[in-house]
Design a protein around this ligand. Structure first.
Ligand code: FES
Length: 126
């Protein structure tokens, strides 16, 4: 279930705090609980800096990446999570969740955001 600080539009979380006064907040922002992110799946946060995909691995690690493949901008949040990588749904590039880098022979990198888990809640830092 979503927490009381987030609104849900479809399967996307919209975090009002990220847009406060039109400015990007620089401190940690609580997004949801770990359980709100499907294991080996993702959730999307809409922010002023664009869509951010939160990924949860089988081992309950959480990573935050721009929801934009470094190849041609495919929606990584709709890809398949396997281990600590996600496969882009458009042309099957594999992207490391930890650093956003494409796995060789492909080249490129998508932005990543710091994530922390506290008391079962997921926070990201912009
Ligand atoms: S857009 Fe992701 S592999 Fe082409």
């Amino acid at each position: 279930m979503p927490n009381e600080q987030s609104n849900i539009v479809g399967h996307h979380y919209v975090q009002p705090n990220l847009r406060k006064n039109g400015a990007i907040m620089s401190n940690w922002t609580r997004i949801c609980t770990l359980e709100d992110i499907p294991r080996q799946g993702s959730r999307v946060v809409e922010s002023d800096s664009g869509r951010i995909a939160l990924f949860r691995t089988h081992d309950n690690e959480v990573f935050a990446l721009a929801d934009r493949c470094p190849h041609k901008g495919g929606p990584l949040s709709q890809g398949i999570v396997c281990g600590c990588k996600v496969t882009c749904p458009l042309h099957n590039w594999n992207i490391h969740l930890a650093d956003g880098k494409a796995i060789a022979p492909d080249e490129g990198q998508t932005a990543t955001y710091p994530v922390k888990l506290e008391g079962g809640a997921v926070f990201i830092q912009l």
